[in-house]
Design a protein around this ligand. Structure first.
Ligand SMILES: [Ca+2]
Length: 156
């Protein structure tokens, strides 16, 4: 039996587990195979001894694959160990920082979506604009490469 977590998975943990299942092409079964887990966990930068302990704890039913719940256990403990905690089973009982897994970015929390879209409001510069700016620059007869401020931005 899987030991239930004292604190249920956070939205971020749940989403990160989904992301890893997707990355490993295991999203249909919802089970992370040992082979896929090794591939993913090795990207955490933890030692194989730490990973062995984490795997042993996470695969609570010892069937050699991680269910999503078991994967979240692994992620939670990995996050703590990456942040300098010594491995203990008690780490499972408190949500910590999400682990860093190279090549797999944790999904953005929903509340960040609004702010992350703001940079896209800047008009993109098309190549034709670059050419036009270049012509304006040349036509303004730069002296030693510098322009008078009033000349360099004529559309003001
Ligand atoms: Ca299992």
């Amino acid at each position: 039996m899987v030991r239930p977590m004292a604190i249920p998975p956070t939205v971020e943990e749940d989403a990160f587990a989904d992301e890893i299942l997707r990355y490993s092409n295991c999203q249909h079964t919802g089970l992370l195979t040992a082979e896929a887990a090794v591939e993913v966990f090795n990207r955490s930068g933890l030692s194989r001894y730490e990973l062995r302990d984490i795997w042993g704890l996470a695969d609570g039913d010892a069937n050699g694959v991680l269910s999503k719940d078991e994967l979240i256990v692994a992620l939670r403990v990995m996050g703590w160990v990456q942040n300098g905690k010594r491995f203990t089973e008690a780490l499972v009982d408190k949500p910590g920082p999400l682990p860093t897994i190279q090549g797999i970015a944790p999904p953005r929390p929903p509340e960040n979506e609004a702010s992350s879209s703001s940079p896209q409001q800047f008009p993109s510069v098309l190549p034709v604009d670059v050419q036009r700016f270049h012509e304006m620059f040349v036509n303004a007869a730069p002296v030693n490469g510098y322009l008078d401020g009033a000349c360099s931005w004529p559309w003001r």
